[in-house]
Design a protein around this ligand. Structure first.
Ligand code: AMP
Ligand code: MG
Length: 340
C-alpha cells in the first residue's frame, strides 16, 4: 500500500483525508497531544485495520474523537453532569472522558469494555478533519505498538508508511504526550492516565479525584488494568532506558563514570556540555511542558544515534511532570537507580 503524504496547509488536503476515512481507510491525524491513527469509529471493519496496522493487542481500547460536545450524546448511555463540567472547562483539549458506552459504538472500539473513552481535540486540523468526515473518529496513537508515540508526520510515515492510506501533516504536536484520561463511571472519578490537563485542574472542577495506582507503579502480575494501555511495556525505544534518581551533580558524575560504547544520556537542557557521552536534552529541569513536548522525539532520536543504554533524568511526579514521569517510567520498564 502506498501511503499518501498530505500537507494540511494545501487546499483540498483535509477533504481528501476525510474522504479516505468515509471510505473505511486509515489516516494519520495531527492532534495537540500526539499523532492519531484515525478510522471511522462506527465502521467495525475500518477499526479492525487500526489494530492490524499497529500490531495492537485486541484488548486495548481506542479513544473516540469528536468535533463538538453535542456529538457525544449518541455515543454514551447518558452524559454525566461531571462530563459536562469537565468539558466546559477543558474541551476542546487534551482530556479523554471514559463513560458507559451506547450500542452504537462497536465492541471492537472499546475492546469489549462496557465503557468508551471520548475526546474533543483542540488541534484545528483534527477538528476540521473530524467535521469533514462527518463521523466520530477512533484513533489510538499512530505508532507501532510498544514504540514511543509519534509527534511529527515524519515519525508517522516511518512507523506506519505502507500500512495506512495517508498521513495528514499538521506540523509537530504541541503537548507531545497522550491525553489525560479520566474514568467517570467510578465514584470518586479516577485519573487513569496523566497528560496535558493536570490532576490539579481536574480537582479544581470535580473536587476529589483518585489517582489509579497504575499511574505511578508497575501493575502487579495478574492484576486487572482499569486502563488497559497501562499494562503493556510502552513508549519504549530500542535502547535500554535507566532512570537515574538524584541531583544534577550526582547524575553527571554517574554517567561520566559509566560511559562506553552505546551509552547515551537523556538529560535536561544545559547539562549536555557537562556529559562525556552523546547527550539529548528534552527541556529544562522544571519546564515540564517542554519535556512533554520533546520526550518522544528525544527517545526516537536516541535510537537513531545508536544508543544501547540511555541514562535518563526524570522529573518529579507533579503538574504536567506527572505525565512525563509516567511515560518515562514505562519506557524504562520502571528501572530506577538511585545516585544521590
Ligand atoms: P492510545 O490512544 O494509543 O494512547 O490508547 C488509548 C488508551 O486509552 C488505551 O491504551 C487505554 O489505556 C485508554 N482507554 C481507551 N478507552 C478506554 C476505556 N473505555 N476504559 C479505560 N481506558 C481506556
Ligand atoms: Mg498509544
Amino acid at each position: 500500500m502506498h501511503t499518501l503524504l498530505l500537507d494540511a496547509k494545501q487546499k483540498g488536503a483535509v477533504e481528501k483525508a476525510a474522504e479516505i476515512l468515509r471510505n473505511g481507510g486509515l489516516v494519520g491525524m495531527p492532534t495537540e497531544t500526539v499523532y492519531g491513527l484515525a478510522a471511522n469509529a462506527l465502521d467495525g471493519a475500518a477499526v479492525a485495520k487500526i489494530f492490524k496496522a499497529k500490531g495492537r493487542p485486541q484488548d486495548n481500547p481506542l479513544i473516540v474523537h469528536v468535533s463538538g460536545f453535542g456529538q457525544i450524546g449518541r455515543l454514551v448511555e447518558s452524559v454525566p453532569e461531571r462530563a459536562e463540567k469537565l468539558a466546559e472547562a477543558y474541551w476542546p483539549g487534551p482530556m479523554t472522558l471514559v463513560m458507559k458506552k451506547s450500542p452504537l459504538v462497536p465492541d471492537i472500539v472499546s475492546a469489549g469494555l462496557p465503557t468508551v473513552g471520548i475526546r474533543f481535540p483542540s488541534h484545528p486540523v483534527a477538528r476540521a478533519l473530524i467535521t469533514a468526515a462527518g463521523v466520530p473518529i477512533a484513533a489510538p496513537s499512530a505508532n507501532r505498538s510498544g514504540l514511543p508515540s509519534t509527534t511529527t508526520a515524519q515519525h508517522v510515515l516511518r512507523d506506519m508508511g505502507g500500512r495506512i492510506d495517508a498521513v495528514l501533516d499538521g506540523g509537530p504536536c504541541g503537548v507531545g504526550v497522550e491525553s489525560t484520561i479520566v474514568l467517570l463511571t467510578s465514584d470518586p472519578p479516577r485519573l487513569l492516565r496523566p497528560g496535558g490537563i493536570t490532576l490539579a485542574q481536574l480537582r479544581a472542577v470535580l473536587g476529589r479525584v483518585d489517582v489509579d495506582p497504575a499511574v505511578l507503579n508497575p501493575l502487579p502480575k495478574g492484576a486487572r488494568a482499569l486502563s488497559p494501555g497501562m499494562k503493556y511495556k510502552h513508549y519504549s525505544p530500542k535502547a535500554n532506558v535507566i532512570i537515574l534518581h538524584g541531583g544534577e551533580g550526582d547524575y553527571v558524575r554517574y554517567v561520566n563514570a559509566h560511559g562506553g560504547p552505546g551509552v547515551c544520556a537523556l538529560c535536561y537542557s544545559g547539562e549536555e556540555s557537562l556529559l562525556r557521552v552523546p547527550a539529548v536534552a528534552y527541556g529544562g529541569e522544571k519546564d515540564y511542558p517542554a519535556q512533554a513536548r520533546r520526550l518522544f522525539d528525544a527517545l526516537r532520536h536516541l535510537d537513531d544515534i545508536g544508543a544501547q543504554t540511555v541514562y535518563a533524568r526524570c522529573p518529579k511526579p507533579e503538574g504536567v511532570g506527572l505525565a512525563v514521569y509516567n511515560r518515562l517510567m514505562r519506557a524504562a520498564g520502571f528501572e530506577v537507580v538511585s545516585v544521590g
